[in-house]
Design a protein. Structure first.
Length: 674
């Protein structure tokens, strides 16, 4: 951390602060002038010259208005009078401008910021954090937090600023590597990669759910492309009935019901993994089965099965060691009894054979007991079958009539057939990851390095009930989690979430706080109004409210008809050139599916020098002109967007959501080809 602080101070030379507030606390005679910057800066006398934007008093800048105001700090609530809020523009160590404001940032400054061009990487927003965003950033770390944020409300940026705030606030208790942000794909991770370092926070783990799963699950598996099933649905590669069965299969595997099924099978393993007989030494009962089973089941909610097996081993060892003399005496007594009962009519040679046999029967046990009995316990524990998560999962999937207890036979058969076909190649579906992670946790436990302190999940509407349950279990003692998503963009609803209140009830026992970000800062009023129309008819069915655009006007959305594909390519090229003439560099041509994107890209690249086709395999985003499928564009933003195939979207909820996602990627210009 020391090196990070030095780096932060070096960076502060260029822009030491961006705001100032004057605050007079009730019990103080004089007002304080507090400058606010990216990091704390102290003067020669170790007084705070510039307060970190994450410091408690800095919340006055984000939440307070001139007049009566207060902020919360470790000493309690400080009441007082906020007399000044001033915003500075400083570049390369030079003061360019300053403005006195009343709210967080005045309309002019916010407009200027929102009017900027998009970047190849997400940027920090510490100068323009709005009050509702600030409340999310500073929310209680030790209470689950769910944030429903509309497209363009800054969910991802807020998530990253929340991490930076938590690292700063709990610096003495937690290290940056104790935090994990889960993003939808590596392409998106690259897009957000600059924000935390720019905020002076290094070493925070940023991963996809698939990456995390591969680290946790000890079995060697290959994960099917997370978008494979969605692509099949979008491209309509199968019959409507086949697609419907696949969607229902995915929905079930992602549900709390499937977790109940897994738990049912785990209970069976817990009850059957020990042989139902007493632990005997030389045919003498040392520990009764009921006692062994009771010890094994003890703490089963808190400890993995094979951790409990090791605990049982220690308990057995301790008991045998404590009863060593008694057991040796019992075995010796039994042996003497057998020796005394040797038939006197046998020949001396036969008697000797009988004696040797009796001694041999007990020699190993007595020898081991005299050494503490350790080997006898080891021999017993070795008999316990050690399953891997994948072995158990195979048994669950193929257990006769098990899945049928929860879903209809056609769905159960589809789940079995699909799984068994793929597992031959060690391949599993995305929906199999949560159950496998859960089994890893319940059977074998987790490596110490996975004892995370806080998880932030972005694009969380794409996560199912089982995923949330598994991640919350993995957090173990801390149970500290932040979930950010938008139900309106739930294009993976067949395996994702459609209701945050249900997640709160099922996963968090209604203890999570649910906050809403309903303002869209990304798009102009004209673009957002058009986007809202797409989902307006289904707002009650989707349990959503339309996004509220901030007061930033722009060009009307242009709907264009063309006679044929060749004319469409020419017109798209014209729109791209118009955007570039207006200094918009980051431009996305968005089509419904990959095949359409490939066709458009092949034709555009003949006429444009630098253009990229974005696919699931893409790991870096360099900006510029791209062609991208609708479902892969989620979470990104561009100066200008061309929706290339408006009429290919049908009236289904999924297609409406895909179209809504495409529209809301645009910051300044949106052109729609019908």
């Amino acid at each position: 951390m020391h090196g990070t602080k030095i780096k932060n101070l070096e960076n502060a030379k260029q822009t030491p602060y961006f705001a100032r507030i004057d605050f007079k606390a009730e019990e103080e005679e004089n007002k304080e002038k507090i400058y606010i910057g990216k990091t704390n800066i102290f003067d020669d006398e170790s007084n705070v010259a510039v307060a970190d934007w994450r410091a408690p008093i800095s919340s006055l800048y984000y939440d307070g208005q001139l007049g009566k105001a207060n902020y919360t700090c470790p000493e309690g609530i400080i009441e007082g009078e906020l007399e000044l809020k001033r915003v500075y523009t400083i570049e390369k160590g030079k003061l360019l401008n300053y403005t006195d404001v009343d709210v967080t940032t005045n309309d002019k400054m916010l407009q200027e910021c929102l009017g900027d061009n998009s970047d190849a990487r997400l940027k920090n927003i510490i100068t323009t954090i709005q009050s509702e965003q600030n409340k999310v950033i500073r929310a209680n770390m030790f209470k689950p937090l769910i944030v429903q944020g509309v497209a363009g409300s800054g969910k991802t940026t807020v998530a990253l600023h929340r991490i930076a705030y938590l690292v700063y606030t709990y610096e003495k208790d937690f290290k940056p590597e104790d935090f994990l942000i889960i993003a939808p794909n590596r392409f998106f991770l690259d897009y957000i990669s600059n924000v935390l370092p720019d905020l002076g926070v290094d070493y925070v783990r940023q991963e996809t759910f698939e990456d995390l799963a591969l680290q946790l699950i000890k079995d060697k598996i290959v994960i099917e492309d997370a978008n494979y099933k969605l692509a099949e649905i979008v491209n309509k590669n199968k019959s409507q009935r086949e697609i419907e069965i696949e969607k229902l299969s995915s929905k079930f595997k992602a549900s709390i019901k499937f977790k109940e099924l897994v738990d049912e099978y785990l209970e069976k393993i817990n009850n059957e993994i020990l042989e139902k007989e007493d632990f005997k030494i030389a045919n003498i009962t040392a520990i009764k089965y009921d006692e062994l089973q009771s010890n094994l089941l003890d703490n089963k909610e808190k400890m993995a099965l094979y951790d409990r097996v090791q605990k049982l081993k220690a308990i057995m060892q301790n008991k045998i060691s404590n009863n060593q003399e008694k057991l040796v005496d019992l075995i010796t007594s039994k042996r003497k009894e057998k020796l005394d009962n040797i038939d006197e009519n046998l020949s001396d040679e036969e008697k000797q054979k009988q004696r040797l046999k009796i001694f041999e029967e007990t020699e190993y046990e007595i020898g081991s007991l005299l050494k503490g009995g350790k080997q006898l316990v080891i021999d017993y524990i070795k008999k316990i079958k050690k399953y891997t998560p994948l072995e158990v999962y195979k048994k669950i999937i193929n257990e006769e009539n098990l899945i049928e207890k929860y879903v209809e036979e056609e769905i159960a058969e589809n789940i079995r057939e699909s799984f068994n076909k793929k597992i031959k190649k060690k391949q599993v579906e995305y929906e199999d990851l949560a159950p496998l992670m859960y089994l890893q946790y319940k059977l074998l436990g987790l490596n110490e390095k996975f004892l995370l302190k806080h998880i932030i999940i972005d694009e969380a509407q794409d996560f199912g009930e089982f995923q949330f349950c598994t991640l919350y279990e993995i957090l173990q003692r801390n149970k500290s989690i932040t979930i950010l998503g938008d139900i309106a963009q739930g294009i993976y609803s067949y395996r994702g979430t459609t209701n945050w209140s249900r997640i709160n009830e099922l996963v968090f026992n209604n203890e999570a706080e649910i906050k809403t970000l309903d303002k869209s800062y990304r798009t102009t009023i004209e673009i957002m109004n058009e986007a809202n129309k797409i989902l307006f008819e289904n707002k009650e069915e989707l349990n959503i409210k339309p996004a509220v655009p901030v007061a930033r006007h722009g060009k009307q959305v242009d709907y264009i008809k063309t006679k044929n594909f060749e004319e469409k390519i020419d017109k798209i090229l014209e729109k791209i050139q118009y955007s570039k003439q207006n200094a918009y560099e980051n431009i996305a041509v968005i089509a419904r599916d990959e095949d359409t994107c490939k066709n458009i890209y092949d034709n555009l690249k003949k006429k444009i020098d630098k253009i990229n086709l974005i696919s699931e395999k893409q790991e870096k985003y360099e900006g510029g002109i791209i062609v991208i499928p609708s479902y892969f564009s989620k979470g990104l933003e561009f100066d200008s967007v061309v929706v290339a195939d408006y009429n290919s979207y049908d009236n289904s909820i999924l297609d409406k959501q895909l179209l809504y996602v495409a529209f809301t990627r645009a910051m300044h210009l949106l052109d729609v080809f019908e």
